[in-house]
Design a protein around this ligand. Structure first.
Ligand SMILES: *[C@@H]1O[C@H](CO)[C@@H](O)[C@H](O)[C@H]1NC(C)=O
Length: 187
């Protein structure tokens, strides 16, 4: 739990008002500056977990649902449906904190860049049943990828934010990958 939810930050918005008085003949000028702090309920939550994409073996967590015939997983157009475990630590046996459910598709002809259309549903503590929705580009060979969080439900209703993904291991023979996620979400 300690590394799953690291911190919560309340945001404070400052609105700046200026009132400018100026007489017609320019003799008298007065400037009034007023700063008003407006506290909003929005808070930023940082979530940290590991995503396990299991492509090979007896119990894969993804299935190919569309794409060109007789192609490799990395070929343009290949589309996969995933129900991937999200765990607290990097080991596959680590505590399950959520599931990544949705699609990823090979969206670049000359690169390994995925279109990600996914819901991350959490199963832990007060976040149990709450989810965030990701819609973004995932250039999987880059060290760090950033994807937008476009919405959510439950405690993440009205969510906006971003997810940072960093691959910590990838098996080129099976396609299996473990990816570290740091998600910053405001809801
Ligand atoms: C999460 O919610 C489900 C269904 O509401 C429940 O069965 C499960 O025990 C809960 N898990 C935790 C860790 O609270």
């Amino acid at each position: 739990m300690a590394c799953f939810l690291s911190f919560t930050v309340f945001t404070l918005y400052f609105t700046h008002f200026s009132i400018f008085f100026n007489t017609i003949n320019g003799v008298f000028i007065e400037e009034v500056v007023q700063d008003i702090a407006i506290k909003r309920d929005d808070k930023t939550t940082h979530l940290h977990f590991y995503f396990h994409d299991i492509v090979g073996g007896k119990n894969p967590s993804v299935v190919r649902i569309a794409g060109p015939p007789d192609s490799f997983i990395g070929n343009f157009g290949n589309t996969m449906m995933a129900d991937d475990p999200l765990t607290e630590g990097p080991k596959p046996t680590s505590k399950l904190v959520g599931k990544a459910q949705g699609l990823y598709a090979m969206a670049a002809q000359n690169d390994l860049a995925l279109l990600m259309v996914m819901n991350f549903v959490f199963l832990e503590g007060k976040y149990n049943g709450s989810s965030i929705s990701i819609l973004g580009r995932n250039a999987v060979l880059h060290d760090q990828r950033e994807m937008p969080i476009v919405g959510g439900n439950g405690l993440f209703r009205f969510a906006r934010g971003y997810a940072l993904a960093h691959t910590i291991s990838a098996d080129p023979s099976t396609g299996d990958a473990i990816v570290e996620y740091n998600v910053y979400v405001r809801a």
